[in-house]
Design a protein around this ligand. Structure first.
Ligand code: NDP
Ligand code: MG
Length: 388
């Protein structure tokens, strides 16, 4: 079992639940990082007394220092701070719960420091999954997924001795808040509608990704990288109740699944206890009281982001990094009320078509592709504004 953790993105949805789990298990917290929420970070520092606290900028770090006035907590900022938190000597596990591809470098640093990674930050694997997995193999760093679908698959595979027996993974998808809507209806949905997820309470970016189904697209790529499988072995099925968290079909046709109430504390806890299991952190699943379980095909016509992600997964090279960077930029515009729902797809598609393709990008080229994708979105947006 893990004894001490660093939590990257501790003030977010996964970060807060990670601290909740750590507290109940008596796991020590060595380092915390946040973006801009000084008040919450100060509160967490008082409660957990980490050795290191990190904010995104120097200004915010100074604000935190003044607020805390505690010489026992070292305060740093920016990428350097994130890397320091990811490589803290005392930590045996790093929970990566920052949002977006800014998690990539700290995750690589934690891997090279041979930490166990409780991986929530899926964008890291989408952008540079091959590289990250190769480094994890090289340094013997264990990656335990926290994303509920990937944790479900991880749990199913705990009972499979030979990975070559996997016929396919089946990722379940709630369908998000707009399941069943037509294109005309979708063109009119508001940000508030999109932020209302039926089953999960999460950060704003991933909630929008769930509404467009881009989240499931990112998760298809995440699963391919984690389990080293080709695209044709990763399917998606809509399952509105979010009780079956994902499934694995084996060579002989046996289908394994992990079920449970939708609550991220179970996958978070497993990342800390694996290969063992701790006491139940969530409500028990009642088979007789749960709603009937339903499954159907995703609607790729009205939710084109999922199809786009599958195309990028097929193309490989830098296209997943381009798609991800463009999506982060487009979702930020959507959250700022600057663009409509379908414009997210259009801007991402345009970036994927216009950023030059690289078949075997190294880390620098991945970072450059990400920057070009964001630039492409900014330019498309400027054109939209100019034409108004
Ligand atoms: P949140 O938006 O709730 O939290 C994000 C965290 O990252 C916060 O601590 C935030 O700090 C920090 N952060 C944001 N911007 C910066 C920055 N520029 N520099 C440093 N830190 C920053 O996200 P979630 O917890 O929902 O998601 C985190 C990750 O986990 C994502 O990759 C998501 O896809 C994945 N995930 C989340 C699930 C969920 O249930 N929430 C489920 C499965 C995966 P601050 O609060 O100060 O802004
Ligand atoms: Mg998920």
């Amino acid at each position: 079992m893990v004894h001490a953790i660093s939590v990257l993105g501790s003030t977010g949805s996964i970060g807060r639940q990670s601290l909740d789990v750590a507290e109940k298990m008596g796991v020590r917290v060595c380092a915390l990082t946040a973006g801009s929420n000084v008040a919450r970070m100060a509160q967490q520092c008082r409660l957990f007394r980490p050795k290191l606290a990190v904010m995104s900028t120097q200004e915010l770090a100074q604000e935190l220092e003044a607020e805390l006035a505690d010489p026992a907590v070292r305060v740093l900022w920016g990428e350097e701070g994130l890397i320091a938190a990811a490589t803290m000597e005392e930590a045996d596990c790093v929970i990566t719960a920052v949002v977006g591809m800014l998690g990539l470098k700290p995750t690589l640093a934690a891997i090279r420091a041979r930490k166990r990674i409780g991986l929530a930050n899926k964008e890291t694997l989408v952008c540079a999954g091959e590289l990250v997995m190769a480094e994890a193999e090289k340094y013997g760093a264990q990656i335990v997924p926290v994303d509920s679908e990937h944790s479900a698959i991880f749990q199913c595979l705990m009972g499979v001795r030979d990975r070559s027996e996997i016929r396919r993974l089946i990722l379940t998808c709630s369908g998000g808040p707009f399941f069943g809507k037509t294109r005309e209806e979708l063109a009119r949905v508001t940000k508030a509608d999109a932020l209302r997820h039926p089953n999960w309470k999460m950060g704003a970016k991933i909630t929008i990704d769930c509404a467009t189904l881009m989240n499931k697209g990112l998760e298809v790529i995440e699963a391919m990288r984690l389990y080293s499988l080709p695209l044709e072995k990763v399917d998606v099925v809509i399952h509105r109740q979010s009780i079956v968290h994902s499934l694995v079909e084996l060579r002989d046709g046996a289908v394994l699944a992990q079920l449970g109430v939708p609550d991220m504390r179970l996958p978070i806890q497993l990342a800390l206890t694996y290969p063992n299991r701790g006491e139940r952190p969530v409500e028990r699943l009642s088979l007789t009281q749960m709603p009937p379980l339903t499954f159907c095909e995703p609607d790729l016509e009205n939710f084109p982001c999922l199809a786009l992600a599958r195309r990028c997964a097929e193309t490989g090279g830098n296209s997943c990094a381009v798609m991800n960077g463009a999506n982060e930029a487009a979702v930020a515009l959507y959250l700022a009320d600057k663009i409509g729902f379908y414009e997210i797809y259009r801007l991402v598609q345009h970036a994927v078509d216009s950023v030059p393709f690289l078949a075997h990008p190294d880390l620098e080229q991945i970072l450059e592709s990400d920057a070009l994708a964001r630039q492409s979105v900014a330019e498309s947006f400027a054109r939209i504004e100019a034409s108004k």
